[in-house]
Design a protein around this ligand. Structure first.
Ligand SMILES: Nc1ncnc2c1ncn2[C@@H]1O[C@H](COP(=O)(O)OP(=O)(O)OP(=O)(O)O)[C@@H](O)[C@H]1O
Ligand SMILES: [Mg+2]
Length: 235
């Protein structure tokens, strides 16, 4: 629970060129330990998604350093970025399930990149059962409710046993009760697997599942307690 899985230092980011260039992240520094559940929150436009995509090697770093699972992402060649991404489970607001595949098949698809997982079919069914979809293994996304689809997306991220899960507003399309169930499932299984979670949300009702909350405002971290800032390596 104490070696940092993620360390980021002086991460700044701007969109646009020339006169239109606008800085949206300002020298963000911190770290996340193995097994921690960290929520990144803040108003719309504060930079949450931009931050998460930088951490997740989905966007090229312009400035600063991100060390994820031992890889330095700044200036890293595509091969390293690809490898880093394969160790991350991504969950997005839009569940991104493949509509022509059943829940079971959607999970199997992702496992193709992970030959180290034995018995993919059993692993898929097992994790779908754990998120409460044991009776819906062979349904297509359109036959499932929004909450059930989001649980398939969570199962798909967890089945490859990633060391880190990055989730961007995984409950945004759900009512508060369904959203809570989804996040609690994610938390419960990730804790059991020792997975580190960074979850972006504007939903104050799920902040309590976090070990720590990082609040962004206009691209700066704000409002952390001294203890939290210390833990984040800011002091
Ligand atoms: N591709 C882009 N080109 C230009 N500006 C962008 C782009 N993507 C985001 N921005 C701007 O960067 C800022 C941060 O955006 P970001 O998407 O990270 O915010 P967010 O906190 O995730 O917001 P939300 O809660 O609405 O998802 C915003 O001002 C946004 O307008
Ligand atoms: Mg966003």
């Amino acid at each position: 629970m104490n070696s940092p899985i993620l360390e980021f230092k002086d991460v700044s980011y701007s969109f646009g060129e020339g006169d239109l260039r606008r800085q949206v992240l300002f020298s963000l520094t911190g770290k996340v330990d193995a097994g921690e559940v960290v929520i990144v929150t803040g108003p719309s436009g504060s930079g949450k998604t931009t931050f998460l995509t930088l951490i997740g090697a989905l966007r090229r770093l312009q400035e600063g350093s991100v060390r994820l699972l031992g890889w330095e992402l700044y200036g890293a060649p595509p091969k390293v970025l690809r490898e880093a991404r394969q160790n991350i489970g991504f969950i997005f607001q839009a569940h991104n399930l493949i509509s022509s595949l059943t829940a079971h098949q959607n999970l199997i698809m992702g496992l193709r990149l992970h030959p180290e997982i034995e018995s993919p079919s059993e692993a898929a069914d097992n994790i779908l059962d754990q998120v409460g979809l044991g009776d819906h293994l062979h349904k297509f996304p359109h036959q499932l409710s929004g909450g059930q689809r989001q649980r398939v997306a969570i199962a798909r991220a967890l089945v490859m046993r990633p060391r880190v899960i990055l989730a961007d507003e995984p409950t945004a399309s759900l009512d508060s009760k369904a959203g809570r169930v989804v996040v609690e499932k994610l938390h419960e299984i990730a804790t059991r697997q020792g997975t580190t979670i960074l979850l972006v949300t504007y939903d104050p009702r799920i902040l309590d599942i976090a070990d720590r909350v990082l609040a962004l405002e206009d691209g700066h971290f704000v409002g952390m307690t001294i203890g939290e800032a210390g833990q984040a390596g800011l002091l």
